[in-house]
Ligand binder design. Structure first.
Ligand code: GAR
Length: 215
């Protein structure tokens, strides 16, 4: 698989399946983005997403958090590797580690995350179970720039799905994940095209385009 080498280069951090990473790569290939996938880093050597990277010519690395004494040392190793690879956009795609403020400040304005809820509702873990327990009728996913609070930061776009009466967490998660695969590539492409402006807590797309998606 060939990648067009341009001035934009992406490093992705994953912990597991890596299906969001996969959807970004596949969309980039389909739409011929002028982007370089500089590498994927997993904190977990068993992360499935590493296989997709290796099979598709994206350099794959493991920085195992368990071999670091503390968060500072783990994050310093990540920074060193990301900067060595020349990543100018850092995409968190199912990366399940809390990052230090030093890491977040280092990549301020070029660090994105996807979270499986309509933020600011349901930060943290087990979002689908908690959405069902709360009885909400809409649930979804959010792509945002990362700031120092966990699952906080200016929202780039959101996708909403209706919650069905007979949903369980697994069915709801699958419906949300399929929309994640649509919105994350859009947000990354807006960034690469220089179309995002952060104004306080607002993210504007220029020229304007809907930042809300739904099923
Ligand atoms: C996705 O649902 C993503 O939103 C979530 O983990 C899943 C990863 O799937 N991320 C978080 O919960 C981060 N707080 P993937 O590995 O198949 O992309």
């Amino acid at each position: 698989m060939n990648y067009i080498v341009g001035m934009n280069s992406i490093v992705t951090l994953i912990s597991g399946l890596g299906s969001n990473f996969e959807s970004i790569v596949k969309t980039a290939l389909k739409e011929q983005w002028p982007v370089r996938f500089a590498g994927v880093i997993a904190n977990n050597p068993e992360a499935k997403g590493l296989d997709f990277a290796r099979e598709n010519g994206v350099p794959a690395y493991v920085v195992d958090h368990r071999s670091h004494a503390n968060r500072e040392s783990f994050d310093a190793a990540l920074i060193q590797l990301i900067d060595q690879m020349g990543g100018n956009l850092v995409v968190l795609a199912g990366f399940m580690r809390v990052l230090t403020s030093g890491f977040i400040q280092h990549y301020q304005g070029r660090l994105m995350n996807i979270h499986p809820s309509l933020l600011p509702s349901f930060t943290g873990l087990h979002t689908h179970e908690r959405a069902l327990a709360a009885g909400v009728k809409w649930h979804g996913a959010t792509v945002h720039f990362v700031t120092e609070g966990v699952d906080e930061g200016p929202i780039i776009c959101q996708a909403a799905v209706p919650v069905m009466a007979d949903d369980d967490a697994e069915r709801l998660a699958a419906r949300v994940l399929s929309l994640e695969h649509q919105i994350y590539p859009r947000a990354v492409k807006w960034y690469l095209d220089g179309r995002l402006r952060i104004e306080g807590n607002q993210v504007k797309v220029q020229p304007p385009e809907s930042q809300f998606f739904s099923l």
